[in-house]
Each structure stands twice: as structure tokens, then as C-alpha cells.
Write a protein that binds this ligand. Structure first.
Ligand code: ME8
Length: 660
């Protein structure tokens, strides 16, 4: 695959890499994390008009892979081929748009490794010797006796092996000072700053020459002139970044993109990328990457992820339970990039319910629902703006700065939190300006401005979400009939206020993210099943009555009895009169799930003023049929039929919240 170019751009191409993953293991949430982060950054850069090269791939040589293949009774290449297919599938599932997938078993890579070997040698940096010390095969790394912790690998804690073999060494020691100078002179070379400090102290402690060959097994790239030895897998693997960029192959691409602008890695492999890799490049006379960013480590429900614990989370299971966009959103939002994080189904469900289904979902359903109801489904041209409209427009302008600054600083969580701040403002704008009142009073110009402003805010949100949730963002743009403009424009143009094209048809949007019921918190599979049918609890709830055990004063009840009534917070999505009845209004309400309720409020309220109202619903009443419509709950109101007041909330509490 060739790199995508944006014509007319004179900037150097922007080159982003992920590590290449070992093929002894199938893809999991950790691999997905780095690759999604790279994809988000790449989409942002493309949206900002940059020409980007994005590479990922697989690390297929070395003792560890050979051993894994032997254990499975297959050749290393057969193992690699089968695992590569899984990585390719996983990246497709997660909507990853890499330009290149590099495998270290490709012929083009062998040529690059041998060429770099020749350069290091010509520079006097390779010499023969013998290595005696410890080796951690799972990490493919050398350790001295002193470095071991309780006799185990200090990095991963697993068993190490004693090795003693003839090998070639790379004069790493020669690069200690140049490397120190480079790190000290370039603040942004290693990020976050805490990791940079770790590397600085590691380099200051002194660099020993590094063994760069292994003997006694076959599975690797042969050492030029000494075919009994294979190239140390980390030298082989790090050079993938050259091969993938077209070194010794597609020279135009290489000239456009080298050196990498940012190399994303997990903190586990920072030493290889921030010490060995720049030293190899210096020796080979090639420019160094501009930035190595080491992100944090994910645990699963508080535990280290491992096959032996059986808690490895695969991209497939995440996408199955939560969908691609919600998975991408969660991983980028939950934890500041650079810090460690913990995955739990509860945390994921909370994010989906409150951020996606509630905040974002409500904005979309209100924006589209109001146009559908108050403007016959045609987005009006905005009339004059007042203070509220201008304030929201100003917030959108501030969002551009906050979002781009966060993205440029690789603070994905901050970019998303800025977008959600704006979603909150847009929802508040609807609550406070109450467009339904203008509709009722016939204030058409003001109503038009409110409707346009709400749709415009929704459009701008979708634009900012394109890098994070590409599918959902496009669906939002399409639901508000603003997708035609999305292609070919950059972020600055797309996010400028006034971009929504008026006079297009808009219908009430379907929810993009379904709420996950609390009862299924620890069981994502159950969550999926439960979403498709009404809750069992609701169907089976017995009518409240006193039991013999509950001795109490007449006219009172115990707290347990009261608790049987499930009162929940909801937002009215839409409302219409029930044909043939003066009193009844059929409303659709979001109480964490969508319910239809037939309510006797038609003499006090018109359907137009109801959407967007936050109300209280009895959620566990047995469904009842009224005028041929099944009513799945009851809303709370006080007063007589002509002077009813709906119970509502004085603060923003998520839909579906239980009232206590
Ligand atoms: O190290 N949390 O490959 P690898 C966050 N082949 N990120 C995680 C993670 C976790 N729990 N687990 C894995 C290798 N990762 C070498 C790299 S590059 C020239 C050679 C991510 O399959 C993270 O990016 O062990 C980490 O650095 C990488 O997967 C390690 O993948």
C-alpha cells in the first residue's frame, strides 16, 4: 500500500509508527491501545491537511517465536502467517487505517537489515567477541547478574537463561555522550517527561556495548559473512521502521517521510526505542526520530493481563460487546495517554451510558427531533442571534483551540474532555433557550436560530469526533444531512461556525449508542442479549402490598416497600397526541433505555413543549394498553388534569438514574 498524499502540500510528510507485535500471541487490548492511538493521531493529522504515513506490523523472528512454533508443532513461518491474519483482521475490526503492514520476514526487510549491518560495520561499530550473561527469551533481552531481581527478569519477572556464546557486539558505549547531548537538547524527543528522566539516568549510568547476534538457532536474518549466526531480534525489529518507510525501496516515500515524527510504544520497550534505536541510526548516518512517546500499561479488572490468569481481553470481544467506536472512545478517554489504566466492564459501561448514550445521544436526538417537529423536518436558515446563540458560537471557537492544542500534545483524553464540555454547553443551551416555547408562541425567527444553532453545534461535535469514532461521527453527520461537505476539507474549515447547510431534510435520529443495563454490569455477553427485550424485572414486578412480616402503622410503609417502586430519571425524546383522545399524549422517553408511555397530560401540555424535558418515570409498572398503545411506565405529575405540573429535576443527572 502506498502512502496517501495530499496534493499541493509542501510540508514534510508526517510519519507515525506503532511497535511491530510479536507473533507468538494473538492481538489483545494492549496492542489495540497503541494502534488505536496511532490511528486517532493519524486521522487528526490527515484532517488537519497533513500528508501522513502510518505503519504497523509484526515482529516474526527470534528465539521466542521459534520456541512458540515448536510448542505448537508448526514451523515459525506457519505460525507467523496465521497470527498475522489475526492482526490484520483485528485492525480492520477496529477501523485502523494503516498505510503499511510490515512483516520482518519480508525479503525487502532482510535487504535493509543487511545494508544497515554493513553501515554499522563500515563505521567501525561492530566487532566480534563472546557474550556471557543472562537472557530473557519472552522479552528478547540481555541482563547482567546484577540487574536480575530475585534471579528473574527485572522487566517482566519471568525466568531468564544463562547463555555463553560467540557473538558480534555493537559499540553502544561510543554513543553515550552523543545520545545524552541529543536527549538533553531536545525536550520533546522522549515523552512523557517522567520517562525522559528515566532514560536520561539510564544513559548517564553508562552504556555497555550490546551483543547483536545470537547463535544456536536458525530463525532470524543471517549475519552477513557469518551465516552461522542470526541478527539479534531487536536490531532486526527496530529496523522495520526504515523498511516500512521505503528505505532502499520506495525512495520518494522515504525522502518524503523520514525521519518518523512520532513513534508510539508501550513503556515496556522504551529502552530499545530511546537508547538502542537512536544509537543504531547515528551509527548508520540516518536522521533520528523526532519523538518517542511511551504510553502506560493496561491492567484488567485490577490484574496484570496474562494467559495463565485467563484474563486476556481481545479486540474481538470488545467490539462484540461494545462496538468499534465505543471501544476506541473508551481507550482514548478513560486514561491520560502516558499513564497506566485499568480496564473493567463497569468502567466501560459507565462511559457508554453517561458520555455516549446520554450526553452525545441526547444532543443528537434533541437536535434532530426539534427540527422534525417544529420545522417539518427541514433545517431552517438561522435568523438573528441573541446572547445565548452567540455564547455557544464563542464556545465552539474556544473548542478549536483546546482540541487542537490537546491533540498536538498527544493528550487524547483532554481533547475528548473538551468536546464533552462543549456537548454539555449545547445541551444546556437547549434547556435554557427552550425552543419549544418559541414554537408554541409562533416566534419563528427565534425558533429558526435555535434549531440551526443546535444542529450546528451537533455538526461541530461530529467533526471533532471523526478521528476518534469515525463511524459514529459520519452517522451523526448523515443524520443531520451534513455529510456531503465532510470530505476534502480540513479541520479548521469543517469546524468553523456556520458550516451547516440549511434547507435540508432531517428526521429524528435513531440512538447511536444503546445504554447498557446495570444488571449486566459484569457480563458483557448478557448486556448484549438484554438490550433487545424489556427488562424481566419490569414484567414480573408484583404490585406493592404489605406482607405479614411488615407490621406497621396504618397508612405507612417500610422503606423496603417504597424501594420496590423503581423511579428513574428520563428525558422526553418525542411526544404526540393519541388519536381520538383529548387527554392522552404518547411520549417516547429515554430512561437509560427507550420506553413508550401514554400519559394523561394532554389538557395541560401540548406535545411540542415536551421534548427535552427531564422527568421522573415509574419504571417497573406492568405494561398497560391504552387506545391500542402499550404504555411501558408512568410519569409523575401533580395537580388536576387542566393544571398539571410534571415532576422534573433541578440538576443534570444521567437518564436512567434511580431515584432514592
Ligand atoms: O514488544 N498495556 O511486541 P509485543 C498497554 N515485538 N500496551 C500494551 C500492553 C498493555 N497491557 N501489552 C502490550 C514487542 N502493549 C516487540 C516490539 S518494535 C520494534 C518491537 C502494547 O507484541 C505496547 O505498545 O510484546 C507494547 O509496547 C507492545 O504492545 C508490545 O508488543
Amino acid at each position: 500500500m502506498g502512502a496517501k498524499r495530499v496534493s499541493g502540500k509542501k510540508d514534510k510528510g508526517f510519519y507515525v509508527t506503532t511497535p511491530i507485535y510479536y507473533v507468538n500471541d494473538v492481538p489483545h487490548i494492549g496492542h489495540a491501545y497503541t494502534t488505536i492511538a496511532a490511528d486517532v493521531l493519524v486521522r487528526y493529522k490527515r484532517l488537519s491537511g497533513r500528508s501522513v504515513l502510518f505503519t504497523t506490523g509484526t515482529d516474526e523472528h527470534g528465539k521466542k517465536i521459534q520456541r512458540s512454533a515448536e510448542e505448537r508443532g508448526m514451523s515459525p513461518k506457519t505460525l507467523a502467517d496465521s497470527v498475522v491474519a489475526k492482526f490484520v483482521d483485528a485492525w480492520k475490526l477496529l477501523d485502523i487505517r494503516n498505510d503499511v503492514f510490515i512483516r520482518t520476514t519480508e525479503e525487502r526487510h532482510t535487504r535493509v537489515v543487511q545494508e544497515i549491518w554493513a553501515r554499522l560495520k563500515a563505521n567501525g561499530d561492530i566487532y566480534p567477541g563472546a557474550y556471557e550473561g543472562w537472557y530473557c527469551t519472552p522479552d528478547e533481552s540481555y541482563w547482567t547478574e546484577k540487574e536480575l531481581v530475585d534471579g528473574k527478569c527485572p522487566s517482566c519477572g519471568r525466568e531468564v537463561e544463562k547463555i555463553k556464546e560467540e557473538s558480534y557486539f555493537f559499540r553502544l558505549s561510543r554513543y553515550q555522550q552523543p545520545l545524552l547531548r541529543h536527549i538533553e537538547a531536545n525536550d520533546g524527543f522522549i515523552l512523557p517527561a517522567s520517562r525522559r528522566n528515566e532514560v536520561l539516568s539510564f544513559v548517564r549510568d553508562g552504556l555497555k556495548d550490546l551483543s547483536i547476534t545470537r547463535s544456536g538457532f536458525e530463525w532470524g536474518i543471517k549475519v552477513p559473512g557469518d551465516p552461522g549466526l542470526v541478527v539479534y531480534v531487536w536490531l532486526d525489529a527496530l529496523l522495520n521502521y526504515l523498511t516500512a518507510a521505503g528505505f532502499m525501496g520506495d525512495t520518494d516515500t522515504f525522502d518524503d517521510f523520514w525521519p518518523p515524527d512520532i513513534q508510539l510504544v508501550g513503556k515496556d520497550i522504551l529502552k530499545f526505542h530511546a537508547v538502542y534505536w537512536p544509537a543504531f541510526l547515528m551509527s548508520a548516518g540516518l536522521p533520528l526520530p523526532k519523538q518517542i512517546f511511551a504510553h502506560g500499561w493496561w491492567t484488567i479488572e485490577g490484574m496484570k493481563m496474562s494467559k495463565s490468569l485467563g484474563n486476556v481481553v481481545s479486540p474481538e470481544s470488545l467490539v462484540d460487546a461494545y462496538g468499534t467506536d465505543a471501544t476506541r472512545y473508551f481507550l482514548m478517554r478513560e486514561v491520560p495517554f502516558g499513564l497506566d489504566g485499568n480496564f473493567s466492564d463497569t468502567a466501560m459501561q459507565t462511559r457508554i451510558n453517561s458520555d455516549l448514550a446520554n450526553d452525545l445521544g441526547n444532543l443528537l436526538s434533541r437536535a434532530t427531533g426539534m427540527v422534525a417537529r417544529f420545522a417539518n423536518g427541514v433545517l431552517p436558515v438561522a435568523g438573528a442571534q441573541d446572547q445565548s446563540d452567540r455564547a455557544l458560537q464563542e464556545k465552539a471557537a474556544q473548542l478549536y483551540t483546546a482540541y487542537s492544542t490537546a491533540m498536538d500534545n498527544i493528550e487524547f483524553h483532554n481533547a475528548l474532555s473538551a468536546v464533552w464540555g462543549f456537548i454539555g454547553e449545547a445541551n444546556k443551551y437547549v434547556d435554557q433557550t427552550r425552543p419549544w416555547q418559541d414554537a408554541k408562541a409562533g416566534n419563528t425567527e427565534r425558533l429558526n436560530t435555535r434549531l440551526y444553532t443546535t444542529i450546528e453545534a451537533t455538526r461541530i461535535v461530529a467533526v471533532y469526533l471523526l478521528p476518534f469514532m469515525p463511524d459514529a461521527a459520519r452517522k451523526i453527520l448523515s443524520a443531520i444531512a451534513q455529510d456531503a461537505k465532510a470530505e476534502g476539507l480540513n479541520l479548521g474549515q469543517l469546524s468553523a461556525w456556520g458550516g451547516a447547510v440549511p434547507s435540508v431534510r432531517i428526521a429524528l435520529a435513531q440512538p447511536l449508542f444503546a445504554k447498557k443495563p446495570d444488571s449486566a454490569k459484569s457480563d458483557p455477553a448478557k448486556t448484549r442479549a438484554d438490550l433487545s427485550r424489556p427488562s424481566k424485572k419490569m414484567q414480573e414486578a408484583p404490585p406493592a402490598q404489605n406482607t405479614a412480616q411488615q407490621k406497621q402503622a396504618p397508612g405507612t410503609m417500610g422503606i423496603d416497600e417504597f424501594k420496590k417502586t423503581e423511579l428513574k430519571v428520563g428525558t422526553i425524546l418525542s411526544a404526540q397526541r393519541v388519536e381520538g383522545s383529548q387527554k392522552l399524549i404518547k411520549i417516547e422517553v429515554d430512561i437509560g433505555e427507550k420506553r413508550t408511555i401514554v400519559a394523561g397530560i394532554g389538557r395541560s401540555y401540548s406535545p411540542e413543549e415536551l421534548p427535552g424535558k427531564r422527568i421522573v418515570v415509574v419504571a417497573n409498572l406492568r405494561p398497560a394498553e391504552l387506545f391500542g398503545i402499550q404504555s411501558q411506565g408512568m410519569l409523575l405529575a401533580a395537580g388536576d388534569a387542566e393544571h398539571l405540573g410534571l415532576l422534573t429535576l433541578d440538576r443534570d443527572v444521567p437518564n436512567g438514574t434511580r431515584i432514592k
